[in-house]
Design a protein around this ligand. Sequence first.
Ligand code: KG4
Ligand code: ZN
Length: 352
Amino acid sequence: MLILGIETSCDETAAAVVDGRKVKSDVVHSQVALHAEFGGVVPELASRDHLRNIAPVVQEALSKAQTQLAEVDAIAVTNRPGLTGALLMGTQFASALCFATDKPLIGVDHLVGHLLAVFLDFPEVTTPQAPEFPFIGLVASGGHTAIYRVNGPTPQDITELGATRDDAAGEAYDKVAKLLGLGYPGGPIIDRLAQEGDPDAIPLSAPMKERDSLEFSFSGLKSHVARWVRENSPIKNDDTLRNLAASFQRVVVDTLMHKSIAAANREGIPRIVLAGGVSANRSLRERGLLLCQDEGIAFVAPHVRACTDNAAMIAYAGSFLAEQGVDDRGSLSISPRSILPRLTKKRRGERS
Ligand code: KG4
Ligand code: ZN
């Protein structure tokens, strides 16, 4: 099934054409430069930039896939969660295309896209070994951080086991980078700095590590870094900065992995799949593998191209709904929230 995917939930205008797992084209127009001076995404600017770029990005995706719009079987578009104005740009554009061409329109939950990104088969890169269902999915991005039980590829197959109570992991990276004056987005910058730092140099408290819960909290860690910086300013040299980056990163990575491994053990599922922008992090990928090996748990990270926001993952997630005959034309709504259900307290209690 040939699916055109469209993604505009935050600060990437993206379009892609996929055929099953095969990515035929994957175009991402990043707005990073537009938002950099503000140290974060400005929703109004994001919407306006999507509006400017959506048509050329979709055209480029079709032409790189050597496909005409008439040849695609359905159009999949992110309709939740995300910034309202940004989501509207993608969904309105996709709806218009579907009405004009009489194609099915499929609304896709962005988080389902992230959870399935590991299956994408990009040309000219080595694709990771596809995991079996069920697996434990860790989504760590700029807007979300949560652990899921993934029994299959559609939203009905996916249940949230625990999520962050405050900041997302990527948001913590971005805020720490901002307070250190390092630029935006902070994740890749801190990742690079941390490679040459000592992760044990600066003691930072691990958030909620001892609690028997699959919830996260990263705002306390960010405050701890802010306090350390205040008490130790000015930071004397680059080594100190590298050590701080490495120490912060070690706590984030260990927290993400500690909770994911606890979820795998609790659910009796020895497979963990990474997803979301933070899964591009070198330390998370390397240390995650080591920690999982120690526990006898299989660990799969998507290709780096598939970690941050893209439309190939949206098209792929949409393909399973297209197979079920879903057509959201005339009924597509947007929402800042995901539709993935949470595990109820009762079931959580029963299992622990
Ligand atoms: O999934 P994504 O592209 O967008 C959302 O859905 O939020 O994730 C973006 C987030 C940003 O917070 C960015 O700092 C973080 O992913 N990120 C990283 C790395 N690359 C991107 N965080 C840590 N290490 C990285 N290498
Ligand atoms: Zn995302």
